[in-house]
Each structure stands twice: as structure tokens, then as C-alpha cells.
Design a protein. Sequence first.
Length: 195
Amino acid sequence: MPSGGSRNGGRKYKWNEPSLRVGVPASIGNDLVRTLDNLWSKGFTGKELMAALSSTEFRKVKKYDYPASAGAHSTSSVGGDSMNSDYESVDLHEELIGNSGNTIILPVIGDSMIEIGIYPGDWLIVEEINALYQKPKDGDVVIASVGDEVLVKRFKLENGEAILVSENKAHKPIRPSEGSIYITGIVKSAIRRNL
């Protein structure tokens, strides 16, 4: 009786196609297979699978430890060849987003937050919260629903009362008497889109 080869009713391919034996470092082998399984189960195949695997590579950027001077009385003495060394690779997704399961991005309109550097056209990275279980801290920049409007404001407590404060002296604070205030998220950072 011959051995080897394919047989009718034999074991099915794990990936629905023939596979290759590829040597990978033992330290990442199991993680790599789990990652492939996870992506495959989500429907990624062929070029899409390769794109998903390589996408993390393109999220990394060089981060230098020395600052760029932005004005008087603050100087940076580093330059020249230093821009080619002494850096670390930073994953922007991890740094800016963190837990993407409850993170959203909202565009900004209006000028009520310009005094803290939030301008029209910027993107806000927001951690969504459930107001029944999570409360913003005094001083947090929040996303709030007031009536039909979605606003970005500073959350303040005055004598136990929640107040939404603009970071632009031309705008007045919003108090609960003007409508119900429902906090839906906490702003984690802003991305400048229009310089």
C-alpha cells in the first residue's frame, strides 16, 4: 500500500490552500501563527493579509529626545548629524490612540477652544465614556451633548455643579440650566491638520 500524497476525505488545509514550511525565530513563532489565524478569521486573505501584517511597520516614526526651539529663552543646541542618530521608533497608534475599542476621532469646527491650541479643522482623539459609570475629572477637556449640539469644552465643577467652559474669552460658560449636559467622551489629544 503506497504512503504519502493526498487522499479523498483527507485532512483539509488550515488556510484553504497548500502551505509552506518557513523558518521563523522560535521566540515569535506562536505569536505569528496566532496573528495570522486572527487576521484570517476576520476575512483577510492574500494581498490584504500581507497589507494588514505590514501596516504596523508604517505606523512607526522616529522620535528624538531633544526639543526644537520655538521661541525666545528656549534654545536647542543639538543639530547637525544628531538628526541621524539617537532616536527611538514610536508607534503612533499606540501613542495617540491606545485602546482603539473605545476611541473615536472627531473633527473640530468653531473657535471656542483656540486658547489651548484646538483650532477649526483639527482632529480630536476622544475616549468614549459611559456617563453612568465614568465621570470626567475637573479640568478635563470633554465632548458633551447639550440639546442637539455636540461640543468640545473644558469640564469644571463649581460648588458641585458641572459647567462647560470655553478656552476663548469671547464665549460664555454653559451651565446645566441652559439644557441637560451629557458627557460622551474625554479628549486625549488633538491633531493639527491645517498649519
